[in-house]
Write a protein that binds this ligand. Structure first.
Ligand code: PZK
Length: 287
């Protein structure tokens, strides 16, 4: 990294640095979290997979909505980004009924204010994707809110722009991934506003950490679906008897290798680019 960068914050698996008044650096580590706990064992190249996928989607969706990407660095894990005023709401788009959406549906018949038809099964595809915003709560856990509340928090015009962009991005990503055997069940986008007042896609986009990726070939509604990328690590953690509190268990080498292979496979399927080629020349994913 260049001189005079200022560390601004840490996410569970990423770091944020200030470069100058206009630019930030988002660096993706190889850390992995399961059951909301960061494990002590990194997955080699996971950060490069996620950064490459984000850059791929930013390049291919710039006509849907402007985004914050300035440059993909040669380390293949860092993105130079425009500094924005972030909207304080995460835009979750759900095309399938999973996770907290499925939970809410089973208890209320609705998801974040969206009344859904009766009789849907776990992991079922929705007839239309829905936007279910969330705010970052103090606990670090996200708090689901309805769209009216999100519009009040963001301002009506900004919310509407972010909402339309999120739906268009999801539809684009879901269709692209489906052609390559990956179901994007849901995904989270974050938006900011630039100095001109334009709503801009920020953060990461359509990665395994911001989305639920399922293998299409084993998809079967009516039960929980395996995660395309994290299932090896999750299954091993479950079988280890770990109680899912800090600290997480160290992963054995074969689980690390299997998990890495699934991340690389997701990258190669979605980008149609060999991961080795990406490491040699990261800009290949920018098309
Ligand atoms: C911004 N975060 C989340 C926290 C991370 C990421 N383009 C932007 N402009 C201003 N602020 C942000 C962004 C982006 N993206 C993102 N917080 C602020 C975050 C910690 C580590 F990698």
């Amino acid at each position: 990294m260049s001189e005079a960068t200022i560390h601004l914050g840490s996410g569970k698996v990423r770091e944020l640095y200030g470069l100058d008044d206009e630019r930030l650096l988002l660096v993706a580590s190889d850390r992995i979290s399961t059951f909301d706990v960061v494990l002590p064992t990194p997955i080699p190249d996971k950060g490069r997979v996620l950064t490459g996928l984000s850059a791929f989607w930013f390049a291919r969706t710039a006509e849907i909505v402007a985004n914050h990407l300035i440059a993909l660095r040669d380390d293949a894990r860092s993105l130079e980004c425009r500094r924005l005023e972030m909207l304080p709401v995460e835009m979750v788009v759900r095309g399938y009924l999973a996770g907290s959406g499925w939970k809410d549906y089973t208890s209320t018949g609705a998801v974040c204010g969206h009344m859904l038809q009766a009789g849907l099964r776990e992991a079922e595809r929705l007839s239309e994707p829905i936007v279910t915003p969330a705010t970052k709560a103090e606990t670090g856990h996200d708090l689901n809110i309805d769209e009216a509340e999100a519009a009040r928090i963001c301002g009506e015009a900004r919310y509407d722009a972010a909402r339309q962009a999120a739906l268009d991005l999801y539809r684009f990503g879901e269709a692209h991934a489906a052609e390559r055997g990956i179901i994007v069940a849901d995904t989270k986008f974050e938006f900011g506003v630039d100095a001109a007042g334009v709503v801009v896609l920020a953060d990461e986009a359509l990665t395994p950490d911001s989305s639920r990726f399922w293998p299409a070939d084993s998809y079967e509604p009516g039960r929980p679906q395996p995660s395309f990328d994290k299932q090896y690590a999750r299954d091993w953690c479950e079988a280890s008897g770990w109680d899912k509190t800090e600290p997480g268990p160290e992963l054995p080498d074969d689980v690390v290798a299997g998990t890495r292979a699934r991340y690389v496979e997701a990258f190669e399927r979605l980008t149609q680019t060999s991961f080795e080629r990406y490491l040699a020349d990261p800009a290949v994913v920018l098309g």
